[in-house]
Design a protein around this ligand. Sequence first.
Ligand code: ADP
Ligand code: ADP
Length: 226
Amino acid sequence: MLELEAVSKRYGSTIALHTTDLSIVQGWTTVLIGPSGCGKSTLLRLMIGLIQPDTGIIRFEGASLTTTSILAQRREMGYVIQEGGLFPHFTARGNIVLMAEHLGWDKARIHRRLEALVTLTRFPSEALDRYPIQLSGGQRQRVALMRALMLDPSLLLLDEPLGALDPLNRYELQAELKEVFRSLGKTVVMVTHDMGEAAHFGDHIVLLQEGRIVQQGSIRDLVENP
Ligand code: ADP
Ligand code: ADP
């Protein structure tokens, strides 16, 4: 579904990502894991098209991810950046429906989709009119997820989606999120630095170190061939 061929990225003299090949398989959850600074976010940003690679090519559903087609392709991608990235001056509802309104969806369609997402993520309806600052960490994460899912993207990219949560909330949302992914059958790419989280979500785990993929496979492959 998403293919990276000989992709590399540097920032000044820092090589954030050495020449890398990677395939994201449809219907799987792929987890990118590694210590801080190993290039996880860079890899995810390249996949979304937020940044351009210095070398190599990225293909999404067979088509090169270039600046000319990026807007159409982005619609097929939902993403949650670190800390959720909600707009503080929009309510939860406002954040979620922003893109759909921009695309000219009619009110009834937006309403139906919103209802479905609220049910899916078990978000309290009465909190839809609150602003991000008035929501709990777990609620904010759910809003960010609903926003990413609003346009029903074929690919979901999540950068530390549970990162801002305390351990208890984290544990609870982790279980729910897995159920959401399973029920939607989506292709997911998730960044984390937590091995427990990688094991919980990952059908395929990609281990990064200093800008290189050092190992990849199922959690079983990784445990049996450390
Ligand atoms: P991770 O997400 O694994 O913590 P990043 O992809 O954010 O790693 O960063 C990889 C490397 O690239 C780090 O050394 C980081 O400091 C550097 N880096 C990331 N973004 C930038 C940037 N915008 N400008 C300069 N260096 C950057
Ligand atoms: P991560 O937790 O993924 O490593 P950071 O907190 O390091 O992310 O980076 C946050 C933001 O700062 C990102 O937009 C990243 O591109 C940028 N950044 C990271 N490292 C550097 C750097 N060395 N110089 C400039 N910008 C950086």
